[in-house]
Design a protein. Sequence first.
Length: 306
Amino acid sequence: MSSGPRSPLPALHMGELQTFGVSSDLAGGARTLRIERVVVSDLRLQTVLGSVRAASVELSGLTIGMSPGSPGQIADLAAAEIAIAELRVRDATVEPAPVSPRAADDAPDDSVRDHWRLEPLASLDGTVHARIVDAAWVFDADVTIPIEHGRVDFNRVNVEHVGPDSSMGIGPMGIYVEGPGGRTYLFQLSATSAPAARFEQRGIGLTAWADDRGAIDLRPLLEGALSGVEIGTLATGTPARMARTRLRGELRLGDGVIGNESLQVVLAGRERGSNRIELESAPSGGGVVLHAAELSATALHWKPPT
């Protein structure tokens, strides 16, 4: 009985590959391959989630456990379990693939959701700057978004432009920009409650601007989105505004696990200055590119989905 077609395999290209200290053993028909150190230069990886390029990738303490194949067959490497004691990536660039909005009918139920953990986002710090050129809604605008301990506090977000400055906030309907001309929504929430958000607190009077414009925690928000929870959708006109926006930012990830049931990476090295990320708009204007001078992890585990 067929289990259906597998997901497309990533396209991998690399320069020089060096291995040190290779050994293997066979127990109960299962083979375990151990490699003390692997160094890969000029790595390029293309997946359905986006593309990755790195000047070098160094793996230490690599263990590959392969289940025995059928008589006369080689063990299935695609079903191997992989563990790495340490991972270092230098001069990496990540360009996520554009994500198409998911229709409500396409949202997976709890039985098939892929539950993600993004622990390093809980202590994410940094600043994101956005420059919006010829934006009809607020003229040219410069937006500064500080992030502390994985939280965006909209009371600290600045939207500067000609005339009185605008403000950003989050309410039950979504994330908005509010200026002299009124309120413009950028992202509309699919529900009137969100565990990742603290909604605005209004001033006195129905038309009063919010005294507290709310905040949002990035870890639970992105964990939910990756795990298939319906968060919301971009408001009408937001894609056009994003096409006129140039982003740049400097971020510092915390330590901890990134991954799901199949793949987990344990980031470490924040105190040493590792895992700093710079982001900027893609040259095409249709997305974001992430740059990292050095990424450091103390473990990597991969187990093929059942």
